[in-house]
Design a protein around this ligand. Structure first.
Ligand SMILES: C[C@@](CO)(OP(=O)(O)O)[C@H](O)COP(=O)(O)OP(=O)(O)OC[C@H]1O[C@@H](n2ccc(N)nc2=O)[C@H](O)[C@@H]1O
Ligand SMILES: Nc1ncnc2c1ncn2[C@@H]1O[C@H](COP(=O)(O)OP(=O)(O)O)[C@@H](O)[C@H]1O
Length: 270
């Protein structure tokens, strides 16, 4: 069975407060975007895992796909499988690629073994894997709150806008990024802005609280964001805890040569 786990971007990201469990409550619009990994799971004699494509740092046996398999295997009598992940979405990018792979693994195993788990149950397993993993179960634009694993309905349609995503080869560790944040209560009302204000005004109203600290450490990111605006972006931002930056455009721009040094995804949203 085959799946194409996709990335997400954050439209506005505000850290509201530090929780007693050490995590942070946040508010952000999570939006799925069509930059994909490829994931194949087939029944096998023994559990095996193969990675191709981008190199994933860390122990392959700790990969989130295997974590998802083991989590379900605690509760269900799963036959062994062979998992092949072809990694395309850059890591440490704020694009949620690892969480998306894990969520896709849960969904594929659910189908393969006809476990009949509904979305809510799958999201429960996903939340045990990572804070933003549950989002990828439904994989539709949503206003995320709590740890990033609670969702509220949001009406937003970026279909036909053009997206340019730039990964500037800087790996950001999410936990380290959070440790540099001073939370700012209260909520910034992201949903109201996104639902009621035109895209062109988001740049004056939406903020990503991670940008300040991460841009300070990596000044090239400030330059890339400014370049996206110079190219005509209606709205540009860092995604999640970085370091990927994105621009939303009414028309696809001609990208400058300097972007050849980075991993870039560009295309029209549908
Ligand atoms: C920042 C965000 C925004 O969408 O995305 P990314 O930049 O990773 O894509 C997410 O909150 C990332 O979620 P995720 O990547 O699943 O994080 P987790 O694995 O759960 O946690 C990694 C570490 O980040 C910190 N963490 C994470 C989520 C949260 N709400 N508060 C936190 O303080 C904790 O220190 C935790 O140990
Ligand atoms: N399937 C996976 N894909 C990507 N990263 C993974 C995966 N499994 C585990 N990881 C680990 O998670 C880290 C964060 O990756 P990822 O979730 O893609 O980034 P981000 O948190 O920036 O969205 C990686 O550096 C890697 O060590």
């Amino acid at each position: 069975m085959l799946s194409f786990p996709n990335a997400k971007i954050n439209l506005g990201l505000n850290i509201i407060e530090k929780r007693k469990d050490g995590f942070h409550n946040l508010e952000s619009c999570f939006y799925p975007v069509p930059w994909h990994d490829v994931l194949e799971i087939v029944p096998s004699q023994k559990l095996s895992f193969q990675i191709t494509g981008l190199e994933i740092p860390g122990d392959p046996m700790e990969n989130l796909c295997l974590k998802a398999y083991r989590l379900l295997a605690e509760d269900f009598d799963l036959e062994p499988v062979s998992i092949h992940l072809h990694k395309i979405i850059p890591m440490g990018a704020g694009l949620g690629g690892g969480s998306s792979d894990a969520a896709a693994t849960l969904k594929l195993l659910n189908q393969l073994f006809t476990l009949d788990l509904d979305e809510e149950t799958l999201a429960g397993y996903a939340s045990e894997i990572g804070s933003d993993c549950a989002f990828f179960i439904k994989n539709a634009a949503t206003l995320a709150h709590g740890k990033g694993d609670q969702f509220l309905k949001i009406t937003i349609n970026l279909a036909e806008k053009y997206l340019v995503l730039v990964y500037p080869n800087i790996h950001v560790n999410t936990a380290v990024a959070y440790s540099g944040i001073i939370p700012q209560k209260p909520s910034h009302g992201i949903a109201k802005i996104i639902e009621n204000e035109p895209l062109s005004s988001w740049k004056d109203q939406l903020t990503n609280d991670f940008e300040h600290g991460i841009f300070k450490q990596h000044p090239s990111l400030t330059h890339i964001k400014a370049t996206l605006y110079q190219l005509g972006a209606a709205y540009a931002s860092m995604s999640g805890s970085g370091s990927a930056l994105f621009g939303l455009f009414e028309q696809m721009p001609q990208l400058p040569e300097e972007f050849d040094n980075y991993l870039v995804w560009k295309g029209q949203l549908s």
